[in-house]
Design a protein around this ligand. Structure first.
Ligand code: GCB
Length: 590
């Protein structure tokens, strides 16, 4: 009896760990794209809910009138942030109402979902005047089952988006990037059978190159059912049988060619029930640490990386398409990188998938960025949800090697507790990748000329990321080659950020920070690379940052004017002198 209860408890627990509010791989589904022009009302004084904009009411009689209308309103491109679409919206933070119509065909044997790949920050969705649901968080997907709300023919879809920064938000009130609001990413109407494949994981077992593990989860009125999993190129075809809750886990032998940056091999994988087929492209690789090294497929690897935001600087807006992903990632490759940090939030799935195809390992993190109110219990809950959503979405992306739970948070009792819980949740959700976080509190000890880090969270992660701006926010305390490092010396260390600002085409003294010159930035990079030679557990680096990016808090009128100028590449795409320093370093680095 006791064992049965324990087994039941474990099944429920594993299903709860999986439980998510959206399906795996929207791109492999039967869907209609709802991208395109949407009508929009800019609701500065937040009247829309009171006035029930979601009803999209039309005057009913000669004496009737309505004080809002989506007809002849401005129109916004979806996907895309609203700030970059009209000059008046550049700094806008607040409510925007989006509206569009779509056609649907009703089939009683099907379910309909509306799937949003990312809306910043709060969203509330109505179909035909009825609430479908709401979501908090700007960088992860969500979906609603709208089977009972959608009708045959023409349907009315209204979304209220709010991108106000808030003290209990993640990120919170202040962050160093543009607070782009709106329906930032793809929107789909997805049709599935009544019982459908909601989730699956197909990856190599932790550290084992010839064993594929995973699970399939069906959603709906489930019963014991067969699911066929096939990987034709490996001549693999397995028939799995779910339990009554629609869940089945598996483990089988296989000998895939392993994914690596120089040869990013991908396999087509198909999952089918009698009623549905979902296809994906998957990479198989192992990632582990051994002492102070990182092992990719059992071999030591140095992560030659760079940071980037989900932004197209030339367009001054969010990146959302495959073409955008190629633009950013081809510059990552051109620098000689095999690794990138998608700062500071889960970027769109197109970028993550493209990086994997192009052979770029990724560090992905949730936007727990400085200034977070850790003493507020709501924060842990929200952070857990964002972490679950990130890992849930990307657990099949072999290109992702590190999950990061935060960036630059101040140690405190609350913060240590929250981050430690997030680290352990990460491991429960996915034990096949490394867990890390970026710290900015490594300190220089004058008496010993040594960098130290005193932080409880560093003890619980697999890899320690250090952000250190020597040469910019702090001058080098002694000559770069004199600085010794004794930070987390029992595990791999990644210099997850370093750099300084320079305006492309601006020339000046290489030792004067306020010249904002390419020469100063170039020398700063050389000095940092000199210092890094003294870090014996250094396993990788990601300079800050690939492109100049927009940040409204950067107020120097001539050198910044709303841009963070730490890019190795300018907002117009020109490579600064420091770019060549990094390029040469990566070319030579084994
Ligand atoms: C940091 C942050 C990053 C900033 C950068 C800077 O430490 O992690 O988000 O943009 O410094 O430029 O100051």
């Amino acid at each position: 009896m006791k064992t049965r209860i324990t087994i039941l408890f474990l099944i429920t627990l594993s299903i709860n760990l999986l439980a998510q509010s959206f399906m795996q791989n929207p791109y492999g589904r039967q869907s209609i794209s709802l991208n395109g022009k949407w009508d929009a009302l800019i609701d500065v004084y937040c009247q829309g809910e009171n006035s029930k904009f979601y009803l999209n009411r039309q005057p009913q009689s000669k004496t009737d009138f309505v004080e809002y209308s989506f007809n002849n309103s401005i129109r916004l491109d979806v996907p895309g942030d609203f700030n970059s679409q009209y000059p008046e919206l550049k700094y806008y933070e607040g409510n925007v109402w989006y509206h569009r119509n779509f056609n649907a065909t009703i089939n009683p044997k099907k379910r309909q979902f509306i799937y949003f790949a990312g809306v910043n920050y709060l969203s509330k969705v109505w179909i035909n005047g009825k609430l479908a649901g709401n979501h908090e968080g700007g960088f992860t997907p969500f979906q609603f089952d709208v089977t009972t709300l959608v009708k045959e023919g023409n349907n009315d879809l209204v979304v209220m988006v709010n991108n106000n920064r808030k003290i209990d938000g993640i990120p919170a009130l202040n962050f160093d990037w543009w607070n782009y609001g709106g329906i930032l990413r793809d929107v789909f109407l997805i049709e599935t059978p009544l019982v459908y494949i909601s989730d699956y994981k197909v990856q190599l077992k932790k550290g084992i190159k010839n064993t594929i593990i995973g699970y399939v989860k069906l959603e709906g009125n489930t019963s014991i059912q067969k699911v066929e999993l096939s990987i034709p190129e490996l001549k693999l075809k397995n028939t799995l049988t779910t339990d009554t809750l629609g869940y089945v886990s598996f483990e089988f032998k296989a000998n895939p060619q392993l994914w690596e940056p120089d040869l990013p091999k991908m396999y087509s994988v198909t999952l089918s029930t009698g009623n549905e087929t979902v296809k994906d492209e998957l990479a198989f690789r192992t990632i582990e640490t051994k002492g102070t090294t990182i092992l990719l497929n059992g071999k030591s690897v140095f992560l030659k990386g760079v940071n980037f935001h989900e932004e197209i600087p030339q367009r001054m807006g969010r990146a959302y398409s495959d073409a955008d992903a190629v633009m950013i990632l081809s510059e990552v490759k051109a620098l000689g990188c095999n690794f990138a940090r998608t700062a500071h939030y889960p970027q769109n799935e197109r970028i993550v998938r493209m990086a994997e195809k192009m052979g770029i390992m990724l560090w992905e993190e949730i936007p727990l960025w400085q200034g977070i109110e850790f003493s507020n219990p709501a924060i842990l809950k929200k952070a857990e949800t964002m972490l679950r959503e990130m890992i849930y979405r990307d657990k099949n992306r072999g290109g992702i090697v590190i999950w990061s739970v935060a960036n630059e948070t101040r140690p405190s009792e609350y913060r240590d507790k929250v981050l430690t819980e997030l680290v352990s949740l990460t491991r429960k959700l996915d034990d096949t990748r490394l867990v890390g976080t970026a710290f900015d509190n490594a300190k220089f000890d004058k008496t010993t000329s040594t960098m130290n880090l005193n932080d409880n969270v560093a003890k619980v992660v697999d890899v320690v990321g250090i952000n250190k701006y020597f040469g910019w926010y702090n001058p080098f305390p002694v000559e770069p080659n004199q600085i010794k490092w004794d930070v987390a010396n029992d595990k791999p260390l990644i210099m997850s950020e370093f750099g300084g600002e320079a305006v492309y085409g601006q020339h000046g003294e290489a030792d004067v920070a306020s010249s904002w010159s390419e020469e100063y930035q170039e020398q700063l990079y050389r000095n940092n690379l000199t210092m890094f030679r003294n870090i014996s557990n250094l396993c990788g680096m990601s300079p800050w940052v690939l492109f100049d990016f927009r940040a409204p808090n950067r107020l120097h009128p001539t050198n910044q004017d709303g841009w963070n100028r730490k890019g190795l590449i300018s907002d117009k795409g020109q490579r600064k002198k420091a770019w060549y320093v990094m390029k040469e370093f990566y070319n030579e680095k084994k």
